[in-house]
Write a protein that binds this ligand. Structure first.
Ligand code: HEC
Length: 199
């Protein structure tokens, strides 16, 4: 007696395979979330970390291709009040300029939230922005291109934060004021993919 040919088992396998591939792809794209569109050639770990943070916290309002963000207004008519400057075309040097904006909520303090990132994270973001912003800026006669401008350094650790941003335990009592015993190894920014350090 002959068993009628049943194609079902044959068919099932490819479908399973496709299902498997699909979920693999989904998993991969989730895993890549937040980092895949980063494009930070030559970045130090700190600057790379800054790019990750930027893509997570600043993307909604600022454009910067190196972090894969498009938050700035694409054109004036669709512009929203919260749209921030486009860092592809806007030079943001030195790093203290960016740190100032992070701590104060832009320059006006009116729209951009303050302290979206803190402490070393804020510095990493500032370093990232300073390093990569302005590369598509239009050339202006008589003005140095952004990459030729000094990127600068941060002031001594005690000057910027007053310790309030450090979460590490053991900073001895708030009353001690600004000098944090943990401020230790906040070396001046060492990484400068460009090579020579500003100034
Ligand atoms: C809610 C929207 C919003 C978010 C989120 C935001 N910004 Fe802004 N940002 C703005 C706006 C709007 C301005 C310009 C107006 C002003 O300075 O008040 C600005 C200004 C700035 C400036 C000054 C630019 C210049 O040259 O004048 C810097 C630097 C900056 N932002 C960096 C950041 C960084 C870094 C982050 C993430 C940690 C961030 N912003 C998150 C809206 C935002």
């Amino acid at each position: 007696m002959e068993v009628p040919y049943d194609p079902a088992p044959m068919r099932r396998r490819p479908r399973l395979l496709i299902l498997g591939l699909t979920s693999l792809a989904v998993a991969a794209s989730i895993a890549a979330c937040g980092t895949q569109r980063l494009n930070v050639p030559g970045a130090s770990p700190t600057v790379h970390n800054g790019a990750v943070l930027f893509s997570q916290r600043c993307a909604g309002c600022h454009s910067l291709a190196y972090a894969g963000t498009h938050g700035s207004a694409a054109n004036v008519r669709s512009r929203e009040i919260t749209d921030g400057p486009n860092f592809n075309v806007r030079c943001e040097r030195p790093v203290t300029r960016v740190l100032y904006a992070i701590e104060n909520g832009g320059f006006s303090g009116a729209i951009m939230p303050q302290n979206i990132v803190l402490g070393d994270d804020a510095k990493a973001v500032a370093q990232f922005v300073s390093t990569f912003a302005g590369r598509q800026a239009p050339k202006i006669v008589g003005q140095q291109v952004c990459q030729a401008q000094p990127i600068g350094t941060f002031p001594a650790p005690t000057a910027t934060t007053g310790g309030s941003t450090s979460t590490s335990a053991g900073s001895s009592g708030g009353s001690a004021g600004s000098s944090s015993p943990n401020a230790k190894s906040q070396a001046p920014i060492s990484s400068n993919p460009g090579g020579k350090s500003g100034k």
